[in-house]
Design a binder for this molecule. Sequence first.
Ligand code: RUB
Length: 316
Amino acid sequence: MRMGVHREVRETAEAIDTMEIRGAAAIADAAARALRAQARASDADSPEAFRGELRAAARTLFETRPTAVSLPNALRYVLHGIEGATVAALRESVEATVAEFCVRLDHAQADLGEVGANRLRDGDVVMTHCHSTDALACIEVAVDQGKELAAIVKETRPRNQGHITAEELSELGVPVTLIVDSAARHYLNDVDHVLVGADSIAADGSVINKIGTSGLAVNARDRGTPVMVAAQTLKLHPATLTGHTVDIETRDVSEVVDRETRTAIGDPDVANPAFDVTPPRYVDAIVTERGQYPPESVVTLMRELFGEGTTRPWEG
Ligand code: RUB
């Protein structure tokens, strides 16, 4: 009997699903490494069988969370990047391709950080939403350049990823004020930049990020506070070039309210969308490792990097 999906792939998929591994960049990195685990463990006796196993592993990973396009982009990078006429050659190619992908991911974040840091001036106050390693890379570089920054950090209900952001900013020596999400507008007059990450960027420049990003951006525009989105090109969603929309994940309602409380308050319907869409007119700049872009021109970069590709990672 042939090997099915490897245990490490199933464990990674489970960890992404339960958000033990979370954030678009971390998900991409973990998915690529899981494909490598599948390749290492494979006992396939033909190149076709080997590729079939990798495709099955990719499907398992793909089916975890629908919104962060970095996941299918990572799977596509590996599945379409490997070559070899034998199982051994293919296995080696997976090793090399995954290593190359992980290095590119790190470099992209570091390069993006340099670009984003140029937008931040000494003494600036930044408001964050959720936890984004791309956004934090910009702050880290600015701090390394000797700029003194302060941060107002939204807690980001229901999962409180703002706590992770607060902790990491404190480690960088950035003074943090943690606020409840609904206090954001109250503080926007004191803020020089809203800085967020992205799970996906659509061809029209819309930014798909943690629920609450769009309301924050609209309020920031009302207050005249610039909104900067830090997103490496891995977040560009190629299927949106041909009219596809980005699926918005809805998560379990128990993240919003526990069963006991829900019953006690009259058992209302509860909804828990995890992401929302910020239209391009509310975004001032998308900062990538290739430089900063006004959202409306990100489509040029998307065409250059992805062509018109709309296939799912294991197809085409
Ligand atoms: C995470 C989130 C982050 C983006 C970007 O949501 O919305 O802003 O994924 O993160 P969740 P990064 O916690 O539901 O995964 O810049 O690290 O890729």
